[in-house]
Design a protein around this ligand. Structure first.
Ligand SMILES: Nc1nc2c(ncn2[C@@H]2O[C@H](COP(=O)(O)OP(=O)(O)OP(=O)(O)O)[C@@H](O)[C@H]2O)c(=O)[nH]1
Ligand SMILES: *[C@@H]1O[C@H](CO)[C@@H](O)[C@H](O)[C@H]1NC(C)=O
Ligand SMILES: *[C@@H]1O[C@H](CO)[C@@H](O)[C@H](O)[C@H]1NC(C)=O
Ligand SMILES: [Mg+2]
Length: 468
């Protein structure tokens, strides 16, 4: 027994020495982790951040000018944004002071949505609307500078035909706006012949898209692409592995307005195969866009698959913090809607803050000169340079939506409250005297998708004024 005691003391001393000199310092560092991070943010150069970023693809902190700036910032807390070079930040403010669990917010929003949509909206009141000319005056009618546009494959002729038939009936037979059909393959004679049966007297142009506007850029690392596609596929992201879908999203995000045959137009109205128009449109929608100088119009507004746009928002902030790119941001932009985190907070968590709310772009009426402008184009070029139209699956809808929300004033974005519309599985069915074949207030053909509706967030935070 006696022999063992000194050995125990020795062990205790050894333990104390190890604790004081090795364990204690690590604990101090651990508990001061926050300070440690602040120090990194302040002392590292952008190059250092880039090399740190290279260690992980998960998070891109490089757009943060210094974590200490985030601590208290009255400008950010009052306005919801700070727009100074190298220090661009946005914050969701919950100005309406909405409270509740995500489930409760979904319920509140769904109820408000139903109530709103069941009132007849009439027509927009912020312009003198132009009714259709009488048939004998149609030939000399003064059109807006606009085309109806559809990207479509030869084999989809019957499906786009259905869309056109309804579109002609509800709108275009009254105005005869020209159609532009786009395809990465040459259109067949069969396709052209069939289309001309649907388009009545409207002018029609068939365009074969040049490969440099459509093909995957040569700098894309195909091994990395394959690896990333596999991961997205495992996460059940629709079309993750479909090469042409990625091409389509990139084309609609940043190339369609460069198609030579579209240069002669300012406005476009995008249509897709198998969509429905539920309401009769009895004024010239393009003239409305022109007269009010709107940049973008939509009907449906919803969340996206968060994994498909994981770094779209961080990359955007990175771009805005480069050089003097902040000059492109419109201080009257729709930032709150982009950041709302009450209804589907898990989206914001996965995307570095972006709600994933977007205008559903299979229906969109837009000003191509906006997209052709310096702000949108430089931003798109930056996004394209990241390769993430392929390494992620950035859709044209979130890209258009973030673009118009940042670079256009909110009163240049228009919700077409009077146009009923369907693209599987979502619909917009307002209570109007001409609404047919839809159930007023329904948002999706699947009840469980009601939590995907972002419209109330748009109306709560960024709808500029009552237009209807
Ligand atoms: N020419 C051509 N058109 C395409 C291609 N991929 C998609 N499109 C068109 O691009 C538009 C969007 O594609 P969709 O497949 O409808 O994509 P989506 O609306 O996200 O998905 P769905 O729910 O399947 O409709 C449609 O008008 C398609 O016809 C392609 O590879 N070539
Ligand atoms: C229509 O708009 C395009 C793009 O802005 C422009 O180049 C073209 O000259 C315009 N056409 C007319 C007739 O104004
Ligand atoms: C923003 O809105 C205010 C108030 O409506 C207006 O005075 C200002 O000119 C707008 N600025 C921009 C850049 O649109
Ligand atoms: Mg579609």
């Amino acid at each position: 027994m006696k022999l063992i005691v000194p050995r125990k003391r020795k062990l205790l001393n050894l333990f104390l020495i190890v604790f004081i000199f090795l364990v204690l310092p690590s604990l101090i560092v651990l508990f001061n982790g926050h300070h440690h991070l602040v120090k990194i943010a302040e002392t590292y150069t952008p190059e250092d951040w880039n090399s740190i970023k290279g260690l992980t693809d998960k998070f891109d902190f490089s757009y943060l000018p210094g974590l200490s700036d985030l601590k208290s910032n009255t400008e950010l807390d009052t306005n919801g944004f700070v727009l100074s070079p190298g220090n661009v930040q946005f914050k969701f403010l919950n100005k309406g002071n909405k409270k509740g669990t995500p489930e409760e917010i979904v319920k509140q929003n769904a109820e408000s949505y139903k109530e709103l949509v069941s009132k007849d909206p009439g027509a927009p009141k912020d312009a003198v609307l132009i009714p259709p000319p009488s048939p004998e005056n149609l030939a000399t009618y003064k059109h807006a500078n606009a085309t109806i546009m559809a990207l479509v494959r030869n084999e989809e002729v019957a499906k786009i035909g259905q869309s056109i038939r309804r579109f002609q009936k509800q709108f275009n037979s009254k105005f005869n706006y020209p159609y532009t059909f786009l395809n990465d393959q040459p259109f067949t004679d069969r396709f052209k012949k069939k289309i001309l049966r649907y388009t009545d007297d409207a002018p029609v142009e068939f365009v074969h898209i040049k490969s440099e506007l459509w093909d995957k850029p040569s700098f894309i690392d195909e091994e990395k692409e394959k690896k990333e596609m596999e991961i997205m596929f495992k996460h059940d992201i629709a079309y993750a592995k479909k090469q042409s879908y990625h091409n389509m999203c990139r084309f609609y995000s940043g190339q369609f307005y460069n198609v030579p045959e579209l240069q002669k137009y300012k406005y476009y109205w995008r249509i897709e195969p198998q969509v429905k128009f539920y309401t009769s449109i009895d004024y010239d929608v393009f003239r409305y866009m022109e007269d009010t100088q709107k940049v973008y119009g939509f009907t449906i507004n919803l969340y996206d698959i968060e994994e498909s746009v994981k770094t779209l928002w961080p990359e955007t902030l990175k771009f805005l913090n480069q050089n003097d790119n902040v000059k492109y941001v419109n201080q009257n932009g729709s930032f709150q809607w982009l950041l709302e985190d009450l209804q589907n907070p898990k989206k914001n968590k996965a995307t570095g803050g972006y709600s994933t709310c977007h205008f559903w772009s299979n229906f969109e009426i837009g000003d191509m000169d906006f997209f052709r402008g310096e702000a949108y184009n430089n931003w798109f070029k930056y996004l394209d340079s990241t390769g993430k139209f392929y390494y992620e699956r950035w859709g044209d809808a979130p890209v258009h939506s973030i673009g118009v929300s940042l670079f256009a004033a909110k009163d240049k974005i228009h919700w077409f409250r009077d146009i009923g519309y369907f693209h599987d599985p979502y619909l917009y069915c307002p209570q109007t005297p001409t609404s047919r074949e839809c159930e007023v207030g329904k948002f999706s053909i699947w009840e469980h998708l009601n939590d995907q509706n972002c419209l109330m967030n748009w109306l709560d935070h960024d709808q500029p004024k009552q237009v209807y």
